[in-house]
Design a protein around this ligand. Structure first.
Ligand code: CP
Length: 318
């Protein structure tokens, strides 16, 4: 693995999941793998889990991690190829990324989509330009369209709880929110569950909120949330804004909030969410506080997912 921006960068998904599980059992087993190496973690947007779990993962591998909140503290970066820079941007990615490539051995980058320009967001302009100009491996800490470290942790969480001798039913259900959110987590979860190939996979959403087929192909799509819940082993709750009417919140039907009542027809279904979550908007507080919730386990597994990915890249560098 040279870069890590999607499941397509993973040559052996079962082996990567196995490595993450091994780090969970023994976090220090490769404590010198990253010795004398440095990872830069660039955040254009806020983060708690991604930032801290990646720092801990790097530390477990003996690596130094330096966080740069570029969105708040850095120069405003320009990504346009031939832009005349007489506006608000101060530094071009072509000039900044090679410098970062000299400071660090690996670069982690978190960007969000504009939710205004679909083709620009779905071209992954920002992360691709870091890859192009930094000259070192780049790890996505969430990009305009995907959140692969989250998805790896999500698969790891489900894999540890797979019902014996039974193909699990995994449901990704849209949830209401107070503002339009990116499609990243949902796209990425769909892409990784499809690549995993171990589940019956259903995606439920209100009309007009279809995700890009690029990521959902293979899943059964429905606009009937309650029907989707029947027999579900895992229910992943997530809001996303419209892909078709790009970036629009839409009717935001509050009746799609996941409640204990809706879980009654599941197969003792476990509830998942990437966090942060809007309690009693996306998902009922009773479910989050109850025994079916996996949200803390998912967030805890972010450390092992990041550690497995960084280690895989480090092994390719030596
Ligand atoms: N799930 C996730 O990426 O959390 P943060 O935004 O806190 O990093």
């Amino acid at each position: 693995m040279k870069n890590f921006t999607s499941v397509n960068d993973v040559s052996n998904l079962p082996a990567l999941l196995d490595m993450a599980a091994r780090y969970k059992k023994d976090p220090g087993m490769d404590r010198t793998l990253g010795q004398h190496k440095r990872i830069g973690l660039l955040f254009f947007n806020p983060s708690m889990r991604t930032r801290l779990s990646t720092q801990i993962a790097a530390s477990n591998l003996g690596m130094e991690a330096i966080v740069f909140n570029v969105g708040q503290e850095g120069w405003a970066l320009e990504f346009g190829e031939d832009t005349i820079m007489n506006g608000t941007t101060v530094e071009h990615i072509r000039d900044a990324a090679p410098v970062l490539g000299r400071y660090f051995d690996i670069l982690g980058v978190r960007t969000f989509p504009s939710l205004k320009n679909k083709s620009e967001d779905y071209s992954e302009q920002a992360i691709n330009q870091f890859i192009r100009y930094a000259g070192i491996p780049v790890i996505s800490l969430e990009s305009a369209t995907l959140h692969p470290l989250q998805s790896l942790a999500d698969l790891m969480t489900m894999q540890a709880l797979l019902p014996a001798g039974h193909k699990p039913k995994v449901v990704l259900t849209w949830a209401p929110h107070v503002k339009p959110l990116p499609q990243c987590v949902a796209n990425s979860f769909a892409q990784w569950v499809n690549a995993w190939g171990k589940a019956e996979f259903v995606i439920a959403h209100p009309k007009g909120l279809d995700l890009s087929k690029e990521f959902t192909n293979g899943a059964h799509m429905t606009t009937n949330q309650q029907e989707a819940m029947e027999g579900a082993d895992f229910v992943y709750v997530k809001n996303w804004s419209s892909f078709q009417d790009y970036g629009v919140l839409g009717p935001n039907d509050a009746s799609w909030m996941l409640t204990p009542e809706k879980m009654k027809t599941t197969n003792h279904g476990r509830v998942m969410h990437c966090l942060p979550v809007r309690r009693n908007v996306e998902l009922s507080g009773k479910l989050l506080d109850g025994p079916s919730s996996l949200v803390t386990e998912q967030a805890a597994n972010r450390v092992w997912a990041a550690q497995a990915v960084i280690a895989e890249i480090l092994r390719k560098m030596v």
